[in-house]
Ligand binder design. Structure first.
Ligand code: ADP
Length: 262
């Protein structure tokens, strides 16, 4: 309402001035649309598991106790647990995103990348369960100035995706190396399903997925890359994505020289 009033008021002013302000209003409207879309997306993402959960609960509740075997009962409970976990993962990621957006970066300190990569390695290998062939090329003399909790989450997000979107017995190559400009690059190269070029610019949008069903089935929230992008920005790093359908993807974080110590 205010914007419209402002516009009407401004039509009385000189043409250039009006043009200038009009652009501002458009920007406000755009932000407002983004916010509305986001709220709609969150609602939708939470409603789906909630509907499934409620369905199972009602069935369990309505079923006479002796008409159901212990095994069947166990199965129902397990499926309900899965849906609850999915909602938990979405809410946890939303909180992370909101913290990243609203809190200023803490004073950067030197983060030992060798230990961090070791943690990420253990996590990724546990998730893979020996089904992928990992190759690690780590220069353990390079450290980063920043936040340890943020960096570990960015490193593992990219690794977890590589595991999730690659079939068994494929290679995942993780490198942490210096770059000629004095910076350093972390990259995760998989030989998995790959991503078509037209999806690439949108991958870091919240809840954007190439294949919704697949991502959900493997437990993705659709927020991992949005979080990673934010963390990259807070470390002056670039998130680079290169991918070929059917061949695999490489996700990299490029840290500038000012952020790297050796
Ligand atoms: P999700 O939780 O769905 O994995 P992300 O934000 O981490 O959400 O990733 C967004 C989408 O990008 C994924 O749903 C998937 O379609 C695609 N994607 C991410 N990483 C990879 C990868 N290594 N290989 C293929 N597709 C990927």
């Amino acid at each position: 309402g205010h914007d419209r009033l402002l516009m009407m008021h401004l039509t009385r002013y000189a043409r250039d001035q009006r043009l200038l302000i009009t652009r501002d209003v458009t920007q406000i409207e755009k932000l407002e649309t983004t916010r509305r879309d986001f709220v709609a997306n969150v609602s939708h993402e939470l409603r789906t598991p909630l509907t499934v959960l409620t369905g199972f609960l009602e069935t369990l509740h309505d079923m006479p106790v002796d008409s159901m075997s212990a095994d069947q009962r166990e199965q129902y409970i397990e499926m309900m647990h899965e849906q609850a976990q999915r909602m938990q993962a979405i809410v946890a990621d939303l909180l992370t995103l909101s913290t990243l957006e609203s809190s200023p970066s803490a004073e950067p300190h030197e983060v030992g990348m060798a230990e961090l990569l070791e943690k990420a390695r253990k996590q990724a290998e546990a998730l893979s369960g020996g089904r992928h062939d990992f190759v690690w090329q780590v220069d353990d003399t390079l450290d980063v100035l920043g936040s340890e909790t943020e960096l570990i989450s960015a490193l593992s997000n990219l690794l977890v995706n590589a595991v999730r979107y690659s079939p068994e017995r494929t290679a995942i190559t993780v490198t942490w190396q210096g770059t000629p400009d004095g910076g350093a690059r972390y990259s995760v190269a998989d030989t998995g399903i790959g991503i078509a070029a037209h999806h690439l610019p949108r991958l870091t949008e919240r809840f954007y997925r190439v294949d919704r069903g697949r991502s959900r089935a493997i437990g993705g929230t659709g927020l991992g890359l949005a979080i990673t992008k934010h963390i990259a920005m807070r470390h002056d790093a670039e998130l680079e994505i290169a991918s070929v359908v059917g061949k695999g993807s490489t996700f990299s974080l490029r840290f500038p020289a000012e952020r790297v110590t050796r």
